[in-house]
Design a protein around this ligand. Sequence first.
Ligand code: FAD
Length: 289
Amino acid sequence: MWETCQQAIEDQGGTVQLRSSVERITHTDGRVRTVTVRCGDEERELSATQFISSMPLNELILKLDPPPPDAVLAAAHGLKHRAFLQVGLIIDQETSFPDNWIYIHSPDVKVGRIQNFKNWSPAMVPDQQKTCLGLEYFCDEDTHDPIWGMSDEALIALATREVDALGLARAADVEDGVVIRQPKAYPVYDGSYRQHVEVIKTYLAGFQNLQTIGRNGMHRYNNQDHSMLTGMLAVRNLLGEQHDLWNVNTERSYYEDFTREELRAREHSTDAPGRPATLAQNLNERAIS
Ligand SMILES: Cc1cc2nc3c(=O)[nH]c(=O)nc-3n(C[C@H](O)[C@H](O)[C@H](O)COP(=O)(O)OP(=O)(O)OC[C@H]3O[C@@H](n4cnc5c(N)ncnc54)[C@H](O)[C@@H]3O)c2cc1C
């Protein structure tokens, strides 16, 4: 989907620059002026009139030049994330449990959730004689965390032992494994996060040409539908509409109104039959992530 999206942007003369990191954001008089982008060893400065950021909210604050007031920096340092890694195991077994995923509550194992990819779609497992289970471990992005700091080999061995201990597959049937690490998977909602976000939000409201969107971009437990909706509304704001992106995923009626509006508009259009219902349905179904 995103490759198609990239193609559409490029077809219209836009540029998508991958494997590039925004390192510095300069601003004057309440306007962002430039971003310094690092790509490998190369650094480039890009200027623009409008900026939309989906990088973690705290990182955005820490990359501003000149830096914000101390209270805003302290709020940025106060926002935390939880990381996650997944150990995918190839199992020489045609089926395992019947669900797409299950949560594991046993204190005897460290795994927190297990995905059963073939139950999501057979297309996710190339050999239908085999099963692929993804064992998910929630951890901190810190080499001192006993899980994050483990080598891939040790993680595959741990996952193999645990899948066996849970009775979902025999260790002897595990053929291979792969580890995927996801830093900053979850914005942490602790006792002070709301206050930190409020301080940052108030500060950023002083910028005339900067919008923050998405999950970590707003330090909000947004699902993909919410994240994409904030992006869509941010673009509409550039076109003159006035949406408060911080209202997405707080008040159910807000996005229901939005989708009703879309629905009405598209009922009168013949070019996209079926899409409004999908959008509305997606927005109203709560996926666990
Ligand atoms: C384990 C897990 C399971 C999930 N399951 C579901 C689900 O079933 N359904 C659902 O709806 N949602 C799910 N979600 C949530 C969903 O993935 C997010 O809501 C969505 O991906 C957020 O989109 P985003 O654009 O805000 O952030 P991202 O997709 O994280 O995109 C942000 C991008 O910014 C880039 N970036 C960060 N810093 C910089 C920088 N300094 N310079 C340049 N680029 C930078 C990152 O590399 C990244 O590509 C899940 C999330 C997790 C972690």
